[in-house]
Design a protein around this ligand. Structure first.
Ligand code: SF4
Ligand code: SF4
Length: 252
C-alpha cells in the first residue's frame, strides 16, 4: 500500500498561485473557495518587514482530527493515506471544520466567499449540486468527495484522488516530467511552474520525496499538535514555515 504525500519546496515557490488555479479548474471549485490556497502574510517590523507566502493544501494527516470527530464517518482515511469526505454520508454538521487545525475545509452554503457576483446564483444548479460551473472537472465521485460539491456538505482537497488512484501500483513518485505518469499526478503538482512540488510514496525509502524529506530536513506545519501531516515543507536557506507554526526538525 502506498502512503501518498507531498513535498513543497519553499525556496522554489514563487507564490504565483498557478497551483490554486489548476486545483480550482480540476475540482470545479467555487470562486474564492480554494482547496489549494497560497496564504500571504507579513513577517518582521518596519522598515525590514517582508511579505511572505505559504502554499497550504489539506495535510492529509496520518492522525487526522477531522476523522476522529465525524459522527457519520463521512470523513475517512483511504487505504493509500488520503483523507476523504463521502458526500453521501456527510450531514453538514461542520464538526470537522472546527477540529481541523489547518482551516482547509469548506461548506459552500454559508456566504459568497468574495465580494463579487454570487456564482451560486449566476450558475445555479437544479440537480443537488451547489452550483453549475461553466467548466466542470472530468470526474464525479461523491463517495470520494470528487466533482462539483453538492449542497450542504463539507469538502476539501482530495490529493486529486481521481487521478492518483489510477496510478500503477508500486509507483514511488508521481513525477509530472514522466509522460507515463503525468495524468495520474495531482493537478497542482503538474502545473507548478518552478517545480516546487513533489508527490510520492512516503513509505518507500527509495522515493524521491522520502529522500528529499530526509536530505533537506523536511518540516511539517503545526507538528506539535500530533496530526502528523503527510505534507512536508523544505525550507532551506531562503524559505520558512510561518513563525511559531512548526517545530525545528529533530536532531538525529
Ligand atoms: S489538514 Fe485538516 S482536513 Fe486535512 S486531514 Fe488534517 S485535520 Fe483533516
Ligand atoms: S460535516 Fe460531514 S464530514 Fe464533517 S463531521 Fe459532519 S458529517 Fe462528518
Amino acid at each position: 500500500m502506498a502512503k501518498w504525500g507531498m513535498v513543497i519546496d519553499l525556496e522554489k515557490c514563487t507564490g504565483c498561485q498557478a497551483c490554486t488555479t489548476a486545483c480550482s479548474m480540476e475540482n470545479s471549485r467555487l470562486p474564492g473557495e480554494h482547496w489549494q490556497d497560497v496564504i500571504f502574510y507579513n513577517e518582521g517590523e518596519h522598515p525590514s518587514a517582508q511579505m511572505k507566502w505559504f502554499p497550504r493544501p489539506c495535510m492529509h494527516c496520518e492522525n487526522p482530527s477531522c476523522v476522529a470527530v465525524c459522527p457519520t464517518r463521512a470523513t475517512y482515511k483511504a487505504e493509500d493515506g488520503q483523507v476523504l469526505v463521502d458526500w453521501e454520508r456527510c450531514i453538514g454538521c461542520k464538526y470537522c471544520m472546527i477540529a481541523c487545525p489547518y482551516g482547509v475545509r469548506f461548506y459552500t452554503e454559508e456566504k459568497p466567499a468574495y465580494g463579487g457576483p454570487d456564482a451560486k446564483r449566476v450558475f445555479a444548479a437544479d440537480d443537488g449540486h451547489s452550483w453549475s460551473p461553466p467548466w466542470k472537472g472530468p470526474a464525479e465521485d461523491w463517495k470520494h468527495g470528487v466533482g462539483v460539491q453538492p449542497s450542504d456538505v463539507v469538502s476539501k482537497c482530495t490529493f486529486c484522488y481521481h487521478r492518483v488512484a489510477k496510478a500503477p501500483k508500486g509507483t514511488a513518485d508521481l513525477d509530472p516530467q514522466n509522460p507515463a505518469l503525468r495524468e495520474f499526478t495531482p493537478a497542482c503538482v503538474v502545473t507548478c511552474p518552478p517545480g516546487a512540488r513533489m508527490f510520492g510514496d512516503l513509505s518507500n525509502p527509495n522515493s524521491e520525496i522520502a529522500k528529499a524529506i530526509g536530505n533537506k530536513n523536511g518540516v511539517r506545519l503545526l507538528d506539535q499538535l500530533g496530526n502528523k501531516p503527510q505534507v512536508y515543507y523544505l525550507t532551506g536557506e531562503g524559505g520558512a514555515v510561518p513563525a511559531n507554526r512548526s517545530l525545528p526538525p529533530k536532531k538525529a
